[in-house]
Design a protein around this ligand. Structure first.
Ligand SMILES: Cc1cc2nc3c(=O)[nH]c(=O)nc-3n(C[C@H](O)[C@H](O)[C@H](O)COP(=O)(O)OP(=O)(O)OC[C@H]3O[C@@H](n4cnc5c(N)ncnc54)[C@H](O)[C@@H]3O)c2cc1C
Length: 385
């Protein structure tokens, strides 16, 4: 069997690694050149941790993990709102949580599959057509090839989904927010894992990576779905956050390369089925949970593991059915959770901010953090034997 995986993100690369473990051949294509340095941090939780253990890669993740410590929130005049400690959340999860740069996840995984899968960078799909016994794919350089199965692991604006299932608008469910994230060099240590600021409908902050740089994350309420041209992105951020003090002011003064930074609307993907014939979707392209859930990466990794496992023991249509039956309860639940989290992440009133400042430090303290994590983290996905 020869599987084409479109997208060398966390989901696509993990699928290639899991397929290789089962002796299944795969080719990966990625539209960007080799390991683009996307400058944001992601959290690895229970389900992703389990997959990386099974692939023998967890020690590499631990070696590149960012320090876990306090998170401090301030208002836009720089006054303290509240604090909590990420280490408490890690302890509650038995230590099986870490934060890591997305580009590090990709480079660990790309190294792991280098011997077993071919990765073609700067390549995308132009057409996908199912034929008797396979799928004909034309790449953007005009070359055509036939594969047994095509997996769309190409993120929430998936081309595979658009070509095989229908236009984005049919599946995109906007949550009413926009976000931006990029990486900066710090001029002084943050002395915390995260320093954030909040105002009505706005949140912005910096994660300390531990090497003299920080990953920023800005999120604001914005119902419009229009694409914002690269030249208009910083002015839009300055309109919302331009009067805020350091460290936000410092982050906005950095020289931002919008080709590497993230800037998009926050939308979930909702589909009634993730497969059509020999084509199947994985991760954000199938069920995007958004960063608000904090579980998108781990769920994509678990989905990759489950899909490879099913493909190694069943024909493709039964395998796709079994994969969806195992994954869907978790993705449905986490989509509901992340819809609720938005209003708490970016409170819509001063009263909301005050309530948040009062409730969050209590709920994230040692006696209650276990309850919080049960409510907001993805339940354990059975990875089988
Ligand atoms: C700012 C931010 C913060 C986040 N924080 C967290 C967090 O803390 N915890 C967490 O679990 N998740 C977080 N997420 C979500 C997480 O990044 C995603 O859920 C996860 O990366 C999904 O992996 P994926 O492989 O399915 O898709 P993606 O990560 O989107 O990867 C898709 C890949 O496909 C490539 N691609 C796209 N189109 C094509 C095409 N046409 N042809 C070829 N290649 C293509 C892309 O370049 C990319 O490499 C965050 C996301 C953002 C934006």
């Amino acid at each position: 069997m020869h599987v084409l995986i479109v997208g060398a993100g966390p989901g696509g690369l993990t699928l290639a690694a899991c397929l290789a473990q089962k002796g299944i051949r795969s080719t990966i294509i990625e539209k960007f050149p080799a390991n683009r340095a996307a400058g944001y941090s992601i959290g690895l939780h229970l389900n992703g941790w389990g997959v990386m253990e099974r692939l023998g890669l967890i020690d590499q993740f631990k070696a590149r993990a960012m320090p876990l410590g306090p998170a401090h929130y301030r208002d836009v005049r720089g006054r303290k709102l509240f604090s909590y400690d990420y280490q408490v959340l890690a302890d509650v999860a038995g230590g099986r949580i870490l934060a890591i740069l997305r580009q590090d996840v990709q480079s660990i995984l790309a190294d792991a599959v280098r011997e077993t899968s071919q990765i073609r960078y700067s390549t995308t799909v132009s057409t996908i057509k199912e034929v008797a016994g396979g799928v004909d794919v034309t790449f953007d350089d005009g070359v055509s090839e036939t594969f047994d199965i095509v997996v769309g692991a190409d993120g929430y604006r998936s081309s595979v989904r658009r070509l095989a299932f229908g236009p984005h608008e049919e599946f995109l469910r906007p949550l009413g927010y926009r976000a931006a994230a990029w990486r900066i060099k710090l001029d002084r240590p943050l002395n915390a894992s995260f320093v954030g600021m909040m105002d009505v409908d706005l949140q912005g902050g910096l994660y300390d990576i531990g090497d003299g740089t920080a990953a920023t994350l800005f999120c604001w309420r914005d119902a419009s779905l229009d694409r914002v041209e690269p030249a208009a992105r910083l002015p839009m951020l300055k309109r919302h956050f331009g009067t805020w003090p350091d460290p936000v002011a410092f982050a906005l003064d950095a020289d931002i390369d919008w080709n590497l930074a993230f800037f998009d609307t926050i939308s979930q993907i909702e589909m009634t089925s993730w497969s059509k014939g020999r084509i199947v979707l994985l991760g954000d392209s199938a069920w995007c949970l958004t960063f608000l859930s904090g579980q998108g990466t781990s769920t994509a990794l678990a989905g990759a593991y489950v899909l490879a496992q099913e493909l190694s023991t069943k024909g493709f249509s039964e395998a796709f059915e079994a994969y969806e039956a195992r994954m869907r309860p978790v993705t449905t639940r986490m989509q509901a959770v992340s819809k609720k989290i938005g209003g708490q992440y970016v409170p819509g009133s001063q009263l909301g901010i005050r309530l948040q400042s009062w409730i969050l430090p209590i709920m994230l303290s040692r006696p209650f953090a276990g309850l919080m994590s049960k409510r907001f983290m993805a339940p354990k996905i059975d990875l089988g034997r």
